[in-house]
Design a protein around this ligand. Structure first.
Ligand SMILES: [Fe+2]
Length: 328
């Protein structure tokens, strides 16, 4: 397995690159905008294919590299379902899996630092975002943070994992890079409490200054996705138009979502399923020049990216559903 930890010294952020091996699919967790070239260089050197990037929550102290990585590599951007609308191309719910080749991550909803904070469990390790830090925990005083929620996320979710589970946080300010659930249970000063009230008392009296980047980073990070206007400009159509067009024999209706998403919300009638990560391979192999293609997905971002991709395959008649299935 390939597992790399990057550090951004300006914001003290850790970013993780994961893949099951050379030549295979890769994913990145919590990328920092200024470091995206560094990640892409390593991805290329190791002959990886970046297919997914995840943010654990809307960050307040740095601008996320999600949009930049999506624009450069056409990868899928992922956050938990509690993230603000239109930020990413795919949302996951609590306990849902995020899959790349040979690797599954399980999303754990762990609110408290913010109300959109997720942790991601991968076998022997968990990426805890700002929920659980090494000998610390993420502040709970902005972005709908709540010390009681965080107490339950910590004590009822993360600390219930096996003690030997490695924890990889989104930040460290003291030069530590990894810990374990057992070490944190025993030695994290914030976790030596006997009730949620006691924990909230500590968190409500931290009196921290706001992060320097907050006023810039939060609005930027809430605006990473393709908004409706941008989706429309990429041959976007309405559901009515989609229905009209798809009555013709020459039209191919393509659901770009993954199997797990389709299980929860079925595909439209008469469509075929080509998961977005397999789209390039499909377009390369199939003779489609006389067909009209209509793409759709969950929120309209993967389908908008599919329009951009299909342009490089000389396909002229391509449309996509603005807002995706979640908008119907
Ligand atoms: Fe944070």
């Amino acid at each position: 397995m390939i597992f790399r930890q990057f550090f951004d010294s300006t914001s003290s952020t850790y970013t993780y690159l994961i893949s099951s091996g050379h030549g295979r699919e890769a994913l990145i967790i919590d990328p920092v905008l200024e470091k995206t070239d560094q990640y892409i260089n390593l991805v290329n050197q190791l002959n990886l294919r970046l297919v997914k990037v995840i943010d654990t929550h809307i960050h307040a102290d740095h601008i996320s590299g999600l949009a930049e990585l999506r624009n450069k590599t056409k990868c899928i951007t992922v956050m938990g379902e509690n993230a603000p609308a239109d930020v990413v191309s795919m949302n996951v719910k609590d306990n849902e899996k995020i899959s790349i080749e040979n690797i599954d991550l399980t999303a754990l909803y762990t609110p408290g630092h913010t109300d959109d904070s997720y942790s991601f469990l991968m076998n022997d390790r968990v990426f805890t975002g700002d929920t659980l830090l090494i000998k610390g925990t993420g502040r709970t005083d902005f972005q709908n943070g709540n010390p009681y929620d965080q107490y339950y996320s910590l004590f009822d979710r993360l600390l219930k994992l096996p003690e030997e589970t490695f924890i990889y946080p989104a930040h460290d300010y003291k030069g530590e890079s990894v810990s374990t659930i057992g070490e944190e249970k025993n030695f994290n000063p914030r976790l030596q409490v006997s009730s949620a009230q006691e924990y909230a008392l500590i968190m409500n009296n931290l009196n921290l200054a706001n992060p320097k980047m907050m006023d810039i980073a939060v609005p930027e990070n809430k605006n990473l996705g393709f908004n409706r206007e941008k989706q429309k400009n990429l041959n976007g159509i309405s559901y009515d138009r989609l229905k009209n067009l798809s009555e013709s024999d020459e039209v191919l209706l393509i659901d770009l979502r993954e199997t797990a998403e389709i299980k929860m919300k079925p595909s439209l009638l008469n469509s075929i399923n080509i998961p977005y990560s397999n789209l390039q391979e499909y377009l390369r192999k199939k003779e489609l020049t006389n067909k009209t293609l209509i793409f759709y997905c969950a929120v309209g971002e993967r389908s908008a990216l599919a329009i951009q991709i299909s342009q490089s395959y000389q396909l002229k008649q391509t449309y996509h559903l603005v807002g995706g299935l979640n908008n119907l």
